[in-house]
Design a protein around this ligand. Sequence first.
Ligand SMILES: [Zn+2]
Length: 231
Amino acid sequence: MAFMSYPRILGHEFSGVVEDIGDNVTKVKTGDRVCVEPLVACGKCEPCLREEYNVCKDMKVLGVHIDGAFREKIVVKERGVHPLPENMSFEGGYLIEPFCVALEAVRRTKLSMEDTLTIFGAGTIGICILKASLAIGVRKMIIVDINKNRLSIAKRMEADDTVTSYQEIMDITNGRGTDGVIEASGAGKAVEDIFKVASYRGRVGILAFYRTSLVNIPPTEIVNVFYPQRL
Ligand SMILES: [Zn+2]
């Protein structure tokens, strides 16, 4: 189940100080500054037995399916607790969770210094993808959103171009599109557009949740390996 049930205490991105530990806990001690993975896995299903607990068949996410961290104290499993480096703030600590989501998207779309990238969605995850791409030296980053305030933040965060539609991306890239395209907006329309802006040999990643159950994906765009103007 992707969406939350109510009533619910929110909070799945958080950091804090360990106040007490269980008898068998060895990874952290009282007083440690930590961040916490919000995933609670069953430990029994096939993915869990293969240590791929992030895709547990009965996964519960703190703040989504069970109560989260918008409170003074929370009890969590040792496996998901990670000590923070001394020089990292609590703010940096709670941003580790969305940043890991972004890094995985960047890794799976095999982005490198040779690539250009379009990011659909200038929300938290979109901005984290932007920063992760900057860190690995992606050559050019275009970010799409219909919210101008979010786009101005993206510009401050060093996006090369900020646009409101896929047509603008084609103009900026002279019809080529970009090598990588990541959909992080959650808009069904964006899922249709990502295939239009992927260049030849492009890689596309989708990591948002959607309220719509169906979209119209253009299959010819997926198998088209040449630039349209070169056909
Ligand atoms: Zn499981």
